[in-house]
Write a protein that binds this ligand. Structure first.
Ligand code: FES
Ligand code: MG
Length: 575
């Protein structure tokens, strides 16, 4: 018999019922071989699994889920694993980002509609983290995140390699300095174990984000996927979620404004991906925290880069773990961040990192001796991006470009860019600014990671390694260069970006957070009259829904009708 406390569990609205409904809810579960007393008031823990062989970064999640289950059983819970839409970054066309919001709907409805008291989110590859957290936030039951962990560091011809080398290798290949055979060999050298990208790309950024928001146990971010301690963390998270249900510790108690501010500061200190901005804004929107782009500027300006990981530095996630992991970075920031916020283990941020110790100052710097003075992210304003744009100064290869005035070389869309970039006749030099339009949330659609455009072949041949590039798209977290992204409003809704023409002068001034197009307002008005909306040909289905409802980048690119939450209540039974 269930006790009074147990009767308060949401799952009792299914398994605690008498009569026909209770029969139906329990009987079909019993075909999996559960004894009757499993249904008598144990917290039911959903394990939301993004395992898919089409999401290779999450390919080890069946095993990881088993570790979570052990912990749940041990703590007296009843674990039930369920699959949700999984987003594989490398395979999905036109971009996994197009489906982030769709996956979040799957997660939200799967949690709410089922007899789940608490949920463990198994996240790994880039979009699988924000989509799961967004969906869970719109339900707001006790939730803990377990990341899948990074791949082991790759090695190619005696040198360490990771995902950022894809961009380097492909430029070498284009220049003819790497053969097809070498290029193919390096593929296997890079991806040599289970796990997600091992640089501080978006997946690692997301793993750090969930830890810095307080949604995981300490050390979640950096333990390699192949390290047995990743399974221990999953096991302990399984134990802990049962406790969280007893304490009724919900997402909304952890995801406070202070927690978001902490995450922004920590992301700046680790040199996290620019994609962080979009995903964090979307999560804040779901849980009802008022967060804007301006919050990022203010907070990021307070910290230098403390972590020496590619693409901003030289090391990999594995090194980060051995150096002490994220708790070391957090400890260094105590005094600047809100250390009293509560986290998933019931302890405060400050308590969690109290004993953290740095074992490798080459990898994790200090405020007194940072890796770079440049901060992680900056938000730009100006007539070219009235609602903002984002740049990652720490990823620039030529700091002189942080202040730069140059002539625009405009590509109207991705096809135009691909067709003309390497044209020997292209009127471009190293001072030009490459402008790519129509790669925003609506315009592509789905805001792909194409913002770190390759440099024109003829400039590569001259030894040019960096140029200012601007677009309404995103960049892979593994990418680098002086790249302005997320211009809002995007070209597809006739933002000023849509009106830029070849030869216009653009001024980038990162120190003063400015991005301006030197064209008069009158001339821009005239150009606006000539502008025609795109017809992308998506007349039906999810993509049509996305195009009609997606918000702009500065609002997190969520679908407008998904902002906010609906809680965990369901009022009617299914029979
Ligand atoms: Fe999955 Fe990089 S492709 S994390
Ligand atoms: Mg990516």
């Amino acid at each position: 018999m269930a006790t009074m406390e147990e009767n308060k569990l949401r799952s009792r609205g299914w398994f605690g019922k008498s009569g026909k409904d209770g029969f139906i809810y329990r009987a079909w579960m019993k075909n999996q071989g559960y004894p009757a007393d499993e249904f008598e008031g144990r917290p039911v823990i959903g394990i939301c699994n993004t395992f898919s062989e089409l999401t290779p970064c999450n390919g080890h999640f069946r095993e990881l889920a088993e570790s979570v289950k052990r912990g749940v059983w041990e703590a007296g819970g009843f674990p039930l694993e369920f699959p949700v839409m999984s987003l594989g970054e490398t395979l999905m066309k036109p971009t996994a980002m197009l489906y982030r919001n769709l996956a979040s709907m799957d997660v939200e409805e799967s949690i709410r509609a089922n007899p789940i008291d608490g949920v463990v989110l198994l996240c790994g590859c880039d979009k699988t983290t924000p989509s799961l957290v967004m969906g869970a936030a719109s339900v707001d039951i006790p939730t803990i995140v377990v990341s899948g962990g990074p791949m082991l560091t790759g090695r190619y011809r005696g040198k360490t390699v990771g995902t950022s080398d894809v961009w380097r290798f492909s430029e070498l290949y284009r220049k003819g300095e790497m053969s097809q055979e070498e290029f193919t060999t390096s593929e296997a050298c890079m991806c040599r174990s289970a796990g997600h990208c091992a640089v501080m790309g978006t997946a690692s950024t997301m793993a750090c984000m969930v830890e810095s928001l307080g949604l995981t146990l300490p050390e979640n971010a950096a333990i390699p996927a192949a390290d047995s301690r990743r399974k221990v963390l999953a096991h302990l998270s399984g134990r802990r979620i049962v406790q969280m249900v007893h304490e009724d510790l919900r997402l909304s108690q952890i995801l406070t404004k202070e927690a978001f501010e902490n995450a922004i500061m920590i992301n700046a200190a680790i040199g996290g991906s620019t994609n962080f901005v979009i995903h964090l804004l979307a999560i804040a929107g779901r849980i009802g925290v008022d967060l804007t782009l301006d919050d990022f500027n203010e907070i990021c300006a307070k910290v230098p880069l403390l972590l020496n990981l590619q693409p901003s530095g030289g090391y990999f996630m594995e090194d980060f773990y051995y150096a002490g992991g994220l708790p070391v970075v957090i400890k260094e920031l105590i005094g600047r961040l809100h250390d009293g916020v509560i986290t998933a283990n019931g302890k405060t941020m400050g308590e969690n990192c109290a004993t953290a110790e740095c074992f490798d100052p080459e990898v994790i710097g200090t405020l007194a001796e940072p890796i770079k003075d440049l901060t992680g992210l900056a938000v730009l304003r100006g007539n070219l991006c009235e609602n903002g744009a984002v740049i990652k100064p720490s990823a620039s290869l030529n700091p002189d470009l942080m202040q730069h005035r140059g002539r625009a070389v405009v590509f109207e869309d991705i096809d135009d860019y691909k067709a003309r970039l390497d044209d020997p006749e292209l009127d471009v030099d190293e001072n030009s600014i490459l402008v790519l339009k129509n790669v925003g949330p609506k315009g592509y659609p789905g805001m792909p990671e194409v913002g770190n455009m390759s440099l024109p072949k003829k400039l590569l041949a001259k030894g040019v390694i960096d140029m200012v590039r601007i677009s309404d798209g995103r960049m892979s977290g593994t990418g680098f260069g002086t790249v302005v992204l997320h211009i809002s409003p995007e070209a597809a809704v006739c933002g000023t970006l849509a009106l830029v023409r070849d030869g216009d002068f653009i001024e980038l001034d990162v120190a003063n957070r400015r991005l301006n197009l030197e064209v008069s307002p009158e001339e821009l008005e005239t150009r606006k009259c000539d502008w025609k909306p795109l017809d992308l040909g998506y007349k039906r289905g999810y993509v049509n829904l996305h195009i009609n409802h997606v918000l702009q980048a500065h609002e997190g690119a969520d679908l407008d009708f998904l902002v906010g939450g609906s809680g965990d209540k369901v009022t009617r039974d299914s029979h």
